[in-house]
Design a protein around this ligand. Sequence first.
Ligand SMILES: *Cc1c(COP(=O)(O)O)cnc(C)c1O
Length: 360
Amino acid sequence: MYGQVIEGATQAAGTVAPIEIDLRSDTVTRPTLGMLQAMAAAPTGDDVFGDDPSINRLQERLAADLGFETGLFMPTGTMSNLCALMAHCERGDEYLVGQLAHTYKYEAGGAAVLGSIQPQPLEQAADGSIALERISSAIKPDDPHFARTRLLALENTFGGQVMSQTYIEAATLFASERGLATHLDGARLFNAAIAQGISAREITKHFDSVSVCLSKGLGAPAGSVLLGSKSLMSKAHRIRKMLGGGMRQAGVLAAAGNYALDYHVEGLADDHRRAKAIGEALKTVPGLDVSVATNMVWVSPGRNPAGLDRLANHLMTHGVALLNRRPLRLVTHLDFSDLALAEFCGLVEAFNRDVASSLT
Ligand SMILES: *Cc1c(COP(=O)(O)O)cnc(C)c1O
């Protein structure tokens, strides 16, 4: 049985599969052989009773690494962020958040729908930061007209961009002086740490709670971990149960997370290097506006909107999976190898040579 699982997950010897290039997101990775073996070997128990050793290990090690009292394993980052928002805020409270932040824009309005928490979305800079003056003027006075402003929620990385440590220090200090709690959506926390050559703890130590995704660049099939104080996490624990996130022998998933933390953190630097190389390749296409941030490449039409459309079509016709939106976002990950990068650069060269020149 065990052998079958493993064989089914690997390429049969002797066959040459075409290189798969999927740059839609860093969520498309499949568990590696080593990860599947760790999952198969994971000790498990009923986590609703707190009995799962693999989950306990994951929660404890991340809490220790990131400087928190305790952690909670979550099925998704969305549930993790929602548990945090609902643990920090009561009904009728408010959180300050960037208007393009995941916790505001991309989580189906969960805080408002399920938590009766009012979001106060605020304009952000490109790196996700919100000017302190903006935060300051959004904090409501204690007056029955207003929701109670309770929390500042930030995100790092944001669209791949690293939020500066200087800003994080200033914003979290400012928030605490004004009596606000702070939450970090650190779905890609380790990308931010690796890109700056600092420990993840240097970032997380400024926040009251942090959510980390295991299923993005770290390559696990599922799971996030929410971290905070014991009292905050005991609230979050009840909310997780209420939201239907109390899992049983989910140690098989936590084992993937433990494996990812052991073996996949350093490799994020390779994702960043490959994103940079993709950026360089795309800059050879005239007129496009290309920028690279950690593991994300953003391509705006610039002076050449037709060129970007033709390029995207060319890449997709040649088997590259893309989210065909504007700006175009390409995301590197564990399953995008140097071989795949070479193939990708070859496709861009062919585009410049054949498609673009045929139009002149
Ligand atoms: C992916 C992501 C999440 C959580 O997403 P899930 O798909 O629910 O795991 C939260 N914040 C950011 C910034 C993300 O990219």
